[in-house]
Ligand binder design. Sequence first.
Ligand code: SAM
Length: 205
Amino acid sequence: MKELAEHWDKIYKKTEDENLGWYEEDFSQTLKLLNLIRTWRDSKMFVSGVGTSGLVDELLQSKADLVLNDLSSEAIEKLKLKYMDMDNRIEWLCQDISEPLPPDLKKIDIWIDRAVLHFLTDDASIGQYFKNVTSSLKVGGYAIFAEFSKKGATKCAGLEVRRYDIQDLKENLPFFECIAEQEYTFINSKGDPRPYIYALFRKIK
Ligand SMILES: C[S@@+](CC[C@H](N)C(=O)[O-])C[C@H]1O[C@@H](n2cnc3c(N)ncnc32)[C@H](O)[C@@H]1O
């Protein structure tokens, strides 16, 4: 896992945000799903594999508290510098998201994952990831996933990915109901289309 962290660290060290293959300026696809949750602006949110995403700016415009996770300490350090003044609203968690979460992590209202889950390729890691989603969320809490769809690329950032359709997500979330789903093609900074599946789930028990 150390090698994987180094892989991502290297990318964040040498690449300006705007040149990252997954860089987005427009967060409307995620916000569309968030806006289906009436209370999101007052919630506690967990962003897995946040990278250096500008989505954090959007989220911090609300009153939400954030847990920002990434495997890459380089990405986390960049964000820490940027949000020095917001530290009272942010909890930092530099760890592999396919490992159990710290037992003292307070329950959260919303889990957000864009382009992270699809990097987990073995069943044990995927199983633990979904255990983390399920155990960290309150009953009535929500999870948003944006992952490469079955029409999507098979590799990203030089790594193999596992692609998803809505059925795959549902099978991994037995205690959740699916509230919304949508296919969306993201055009990356090189102009290449990247088909994603976006989905919002609610934990019902
Ligand atoms: C394609 S980037 C997406 C970043 C961000 N979510 C976004 O939408 O801009 C994938 C991110 O997941 C992180 N990552 C990859 N594998 C991870 C893991 N097992 N645990 C936690 N973070 C991971 C990487 O360091 C990277 O920041």
